[in-house]
Design a protein around this ligand. Structure first.
Ligand SMILES: [Zn+2]
Length: 946
């Protein structure tokens, strides 16, 4: 027995009640494992007896044998290929393990999952899956049948690792856990194996994992001085999102999310447990409240009890720094694990302490982690700590074992609660209003309505269509109207998605969005009905997202598209790129029909008709014939060359712009910092879109510190996964002042620059336009909440909209950006800097008689607030609303021959606020009109014959 083990034994005798066993019996430790683990652990307090050895097995391949080292050894990381190879070796050598492929990443990598149970559990997987599926739907499983099922069913416990790719520890923790569950014969593990099915997704985002592993070996290996570490993460973890990959549950845009959702609806796991690294030494999540009233209350007591079990067990083992409760608020359920919360299961997770590198580092813990609290009975011993990858793994795996043991011992009650939650949700829809939601199809854009319905269907919320006309207390609706009956197991989630959120005003600082109401995001009307007779209506259940086809009526020679706010117009413009389109600047009338400003006029052109037909069918747009072009002022709308600038310093939010354009097959050029430095923008780009970035002004200009450079992000034999979706010889240095001057030339020479969210700082504060001043008062630049009540109190009165739906008014309803919108509308806003309306000039220094010049409200296209007095808030919560009212939401400011259109919000928030996107589409489609070019001056009827 080595000194370490003696120290360990002594510690448990002194610090805590001795655990039931420190010796491994009946397991025999695999040779070398005790020593290897002890050596990689920096302090015996950071180890539990459960994970202090690997059980020896004559048949099952251990990770130590496979990797030739213990998991969590310093200075090493497995990539997805190696992790999967081990999973397959494990499954091949143990009848207690099976491997499933649950998806494929954007870059084509497999997403693999392990299932672990005793032999009879593995043989009975299909039966056990059928049992949880039956428990998930109380309409087909009455209470007696449920009790019968529960007697032989098992909870399914799902672990999700490596979602955030720079949180590197969980993959190896889960590989070791999988082996331990398959090979150990301790009574606790036998209990887990015989009473549960454990699912493990060891690399939930393999594209990011491989980039991070290569990054580690290329830039970080061997470096142990944290102060002088270079950037610790590659610029991309996935094709589109970075941290936001964990904000994708409602919309399911990423393959990682889709894979987990498919898994969920196939297995109906009782628990979905996501492994993150961000807090010392282990925070087991549940949130401080306010809690979301649309989650079954049983869940809240369940997840608190589970977390306290982990705190209690690990504290008793003498492991310091295990805490719960004081993290986030659990109002929003938009994370990966939320698929469980939103579907009557339990979503939870850990934040353990990760180094971001596999090397052992000297760390200074945040003060906030060091106090003894009721939710943290034993804080870390001191602020200074030497921390290793194995320390991190020890906490993750010990906590996981504790909660699996808990679940095994409470398996029947947990299954019963799962069934009860589905029952409660279904009964609420039967017994209390609303009994259904009615979604009229004719709301100006049938496609957008269908897209929202598609989101519900993807969540397994049942949606039907009325077979004939429908009437309820609230109104009459034609055949084809969408209906969401609420007597269904996911009624609570339907209510959560389709009604406004009400985050309590005194609820502290939220962690993320406070509104996700789909009708507000999609600018659609959804009507709750208190009329129970809606259940008597003949309805056809929908299986897939509908795709309404538009049509072309008549044969010309002129075709007109009525602008009713369709989001498909940008895609349509590019499908019809070869054709001339004119856009009406005022409303007009043809025959009996009124056409608002923004409507399209297409005069007779070669090959137009078939192209129109294709576009109409694909995008759900209707074109009507006219004998001649109407007499209305209009402008030409040539397709611009779009550039999307993605600074290397922050690729996250802008990824969603790329996603939106890719989905619509709209061509654009990916612009890197070095492309801007090189100039020539105006030669290639007409409209440059610069999205929201979580960077201050200087960081937006200077980018990543040059001291780290050169940092190539390029495919090489050693780094085959680098270079996607864009490559670089050096990602440091940003655009620099030279680049800013090039941007200024781009605008001055007649380019249109569109800036979104905090990206607008660059234009408004960087001096690309003049006359705008940032409102002082400490508004954070973005929504990264999770602060304490004290922090929230300090913010009292400060204007904050941390992901809320608020009202806005078009100050210039005649501006092309307003096409398709009513004068008063709803927009989604996170926390961004606020700006005063521009002034013609700002006061000179020391001038006492010449205060600021007159306001120039002419550049305000949209302002915050409802001019007619409706409350600012639509859904979520706002603080300090007075600070927002009347201030610019969208500015259109000339500069040289060009213009800057600056948004004070982000219309591309995670592909959710689809109704806001048309504002940007309008700016792109009408770019020449905004620049003051291409007006069709004559308004007399045109000759339409060729
Ligand atoms: Zn994370």
């Amino acid at each position: 027995m080595n000194h370490f083990l003696i120290a360990l034994l002594t510690m448990f005798q002194v610090l805590a009640a001795p655990p039931s066993t420190i010796d491994s019996a009946p397991d025999v430790p695999e040779p070398g494992s005790i020593e290897g683990i002890a050596k990689a652990t920096t302090d015996p307090h950071f180890l539990s007896p459960w994970v202090s050895y690997l059980p020896q097995s004559l048949s099952v391949v251990s990770p130590q044998k496979f990797l030739d080292r213990i998991p969590g050894a310093p200075g090493e990381l497995v990539d997805s290929a190696k992790a999967y190879a081990y999973c397959r070796a494990l499954a091949a050598s143990s009848p207690r393990v099976r491997v499933f492929t649950i998806g494929r990443s954007e870059e084509g990598r497999e997403i693999l999952m392990l299932a672990i149970a005793d032999e009879s559990g593995i043989r009975g997987l299909d039966r056990l899956k059928a049992a949880t599926a039956a428990l998930a739907d109380p309409r087909r499983t009455d209470q007696a049948a449920a009790e019968k099922l529960i007697a032989t069913a098992r909870p399914i416990y799902y672990f999700n690792a490596a979602l955030h790719s720079d949180e590197t520890g969980s993959t190896e923790a889960m590989l070791e856990l999988a082996y331990r569950l398959a090979a150990s014969e301790t009574p606790m593990i036998q209990g887990i194996r015989s009473k549960l099915i454990v699912l493990i997704n060891p690399v939930s985002n393999p594209d990011g994992r491989d980039k991070v592993v290569e990054w580690f070996y290329r830039y970080l290996k061997g470096k142990t001085d944290r102060a002088s570490l270079p950037r610790m993460s590659p610029p991309y973890w996935s094709k589109y999102a970075f941290v936001d990959i964990n904000r994708d549950t409602h919309q399911q845009t990423h393959e990682t999310t889709k894979a987990v959702h498919r898994m969920f609806h196939e297995w109906h796991p009782t628990v979905v447990h996501d492994l993150h690294e961000g807090f010392p030494f282990m925070m087991t999540w549940n949130g401080t409240g306010p809690y979301n009233p649309n989650i079954d209350p049983i869940t809240y007591s369940e997840f608190l009890e589970m977390s306290f079990h982990e705190v209690q067990v690990m504290t008793a083992m003498g492991m310091p720094g295990v805490s719960t409760w004081n993290f986030g608020e659990a109002f929003s359920h938009l994370y990966l694990d939320s698929v469980a919360m939103n579907h009557n299961s339990i979503g939870r997770g850990y934040e353990t302490w990760g180094n971001g590198t596999a090397e052992t580092l000297q760390r200074i813990l945040p003060k906030s982690a060091l106090s003894m609290e009721w939710y943290r009975p034993v804080p870390p011993p001191s602020a200074d700590v030497t921390w290793s990858a194995r320390d991190n793994l020890n906490y993750q795996e010990t906590g996981s074992l504790a909660i699996l043991d808990y679940t095994a011992r409470n398996s029947k009650e947990m299954l019963r609660n799962f069934y009860r939650k589905g029952w409660d949700s279904w009964r609420k829809g039967l017994d209390q209003p609303p009994y259904a939601f009615v979604i009229p199809e004719d709301q100006g854009d049938r496609t957008r309505v269908a897209q929202m319905v598609g989101r519900l269907l993807a969540q397994h919320i049942e949606v039907s269509r009325a077979q004939s006309s429908l009437s309820s207390k609230e109104g009459n609706y034609p055949a084809g109207t969408y209906v969401v009956r609420l007597d269904q197991p996911y009624r609570n989630y339907a209510v959560d998605l389709l009604t406004p959120q009400n985050f309590p005003k005194r609820g502290g600082e939220p962690y993320d969005d406070v509104s996700w109401e789909l009708p507000a995001h999609y600018h659609l009307n959804v009507i709750p009905t208190a009329d129970a007779t809606i259940r008597d209506a003949a309805l056809t259940p929908l299986k897939d997202e509908p795709h309404p086809a538009g049509n072309v009526s008549g044969s010309g020679p002129v075709f007109i598209l009525q602008d009713t706010g369709q989001e498909g117009l940008l895609a349509a413009r590019y499908r019809l790129a070869g054709y001339e389109i004119e856009i009406a600047e005022k409303s007009f009338r043809v025959g009996e029909r009124d056409f608002p400003a923004g409507s399209w006029i297409l005069r007779s052109q070669d090959g137009l008709l078939p192209a129109l037909r294709n576009t109409a069918t694909e995008l759900g747009l209707d074109f009507v014939s006219a004998a001649r072009a109407p007499d209305v002022p209009r402008h030409k709308a040539k397709t611009p060359c779009i550039g999307v600038w993605v600074p290397w310093a922050d690729t996250d939010s802008i990824g969603w712009i790329r996603y939106s354009l890719d989905q619509r097959k709209v061509p654009y050029t990916y612009i890197r910092d070095e492309d801007i430095r090189a100039g020539l923008l105006r030669d290639h780009i007409d409209v440059l879109v610069y999205g929201n970035v979580d960077l201050e002004l200087a960081e937006q200009i200077q980018g990543l510190p040059k001291a780290w450079g050169p940092m190539p992000f390029k495919k090489t034999p050693q780094t085959p996964s680098f270079g996607t979706p864009a490559e670089s010889d050096d990602i440091t240095g940003g655009i620099g002042w030279d680049g800013l001057a090039k941007l200024q030339s781009f605008v001055n020479d007649g380019g249109l620059l569109i800036t979104l969210g905090s990206g607008s700082m660059l234009a408004l504060e960087g001096g690309l336009v003049r006359g705008v001043r940032r409102v002082s008062g400490g508004v954070p630049r973005s929504s990264t909440g999770g602060g304490s009540d004290a922090a929230a109190a300090a913010m009292e009165g400060v204007t904050r909209t941390p992901g809320a739906h608020v009202r806005a008014t078009f100050a210039r309803p005649d501006h092309p950006i307003a096409y398709g919108y009513p004068v008063r509308t709803t927009l989604f806003r996170q926390n961004f800097p606020l700006y005063d309306p521009p002034r013609r000039w700002l006061r000179m220094a020391y001038c006492t008689t010449c205060l600021d010049g007159p306001l120039d409200r002419s550049s305000i296209v949209v302002e915050w607030g409802d001019r007619e007095g409706s409350p600012l808030l639509v859904s979520g919560q706002v603080w300090g609303e007075a600070g927002l009212l009347g201030r610019p939401a969208v500015l259109d400011m000339p500069a040289g021959k060009g213009h800057v259109v600056a948004f004070n919000f982000n219309p591309f928030h995670r592909d959710l606020n689809r109704g806001d996107q048309r504002l940007v589409w309008n700016a792109i489609i009408n770019w020449q009109s905004i620049l003051g070019q291409q007006a069709v001056t004559h308004t007399s009827p045109l000759e339409d014959t060729e």
